[in-house]
Design a protein around this ligand. Structure first.
Ligand code: AP5
Ligand code: MG
Length: 211
């Protein structure tokens, strides 16, 4: 299974990727998580990306394409993978096609902008492993502590309300055209993601079982 997850910021890509990854025993590759980890570790790439990621703008294509090339060459990707947050522009999708990697499906999680803004205000992420929670919809067992690794849960810098609106704008302009791109290839699957996490999971797994 080689899967691309599409959807607005906060649509639930990371949340669903975690479940699909476990069910199909394939790794999730989140460019957002990779860049945030680089930023935290103070690497050269992280420093280059900081201003973009903090303000919700897209990191330049060549940087992200380089990250993906390196990651997909690793052994654990040979039986499949889930791309969460890549591609995000047409040049990124073309770069993926040029790597001779045949994607099985591009699954787009559909959520309205209004619901997105509501969701983002409650998101908390683990500063250690990047796992995502919600103060109302996906509570950790112990408040402020990651179930998976015990790390501290924090608010992502780009989840400030104004930055969320900018990210949505960028999504509609630069990333949403990918739906037509994959539709033309016969690979687009739209899944309604407006309701509860479990409802979306049911739809996602049903759609994947038909590929
Ligand atoms: P990235 O980390 O990819 O962020 P994003 O796409 O903006 O998406 P999010 O991670 O914010 O949302 P999500 O869809 O994963 O939702 P989640 O499951 O957490 O990218 C961040 C930045 O990195 C970019 O702005 C850019 O600067 C850079 N970047 C990354 N990739 C790049 C690329 N390819 N090119 C250029 N730059 C790149 O869910 C959100 C919240 O809602 C959570 O709290 C969750 O618990 C909750 N939730 C989820 N589903 C539901 C539901 N059904 N009902 C209620 N609550 C729900
Ligand atoms: Mg995410």
């Amino acid at each position: 299974m080689k899967l691309v997850l599409l959807g607005a910021p906060g649509a639930g890509k990371g949340t669903q990727a975690e479940i699909i990854s476990e069910k199909y025993s394939i790794p999730t590759i989140s460019t957002g998580n990779i860049i945030r980890a680089a930023l935290k570790n103070g690497t050269e790439m992280g420093l280059k990306a900081k201003a973009y990621i903090d303000s919700g703008r897209l990191v330049p294509d060549d940087v992200v394409i380089g990250i993906i090339k390196e990651r997909l060459a690793q052994d654990d990707c040979q039986n499949g993978f889930i791309l969460d947050g890549f591609p995000r522009t047409i040049p990124q999708a073309e770069a993926l096609d040029n790597m001779n990697i045949a994607i099985d499906a591009a699954l787009s999680i559909e959520v309205s902008d209004r619901e997105i803004v509501k969701r983002m205000s409650g998101r908390r992420v683990c500063e250690k492993c990047g796992a995502s929670y919600h103060t109302e919809f996906k509570k950790p067992k112990s408040t402020g502590v990651c179930d998976a690794c015990g790390g501290t849960l924090v608010i992502r810098k780009d989840d400030e309300p104004d930055t969320v609106l900018d990210r949505l704008d960028i999504y509609h302009k630069q990333t949403e055209p990918l739906k037509s791109y994959y539709k033309e290839q016969g690979k687009l699957i739209n899944v309604e993601g407006q309701n509860k996490v479990e409802d979306t999971t049911t739809r996602v797994l049903a759609a994947l079982s038909e590929i």
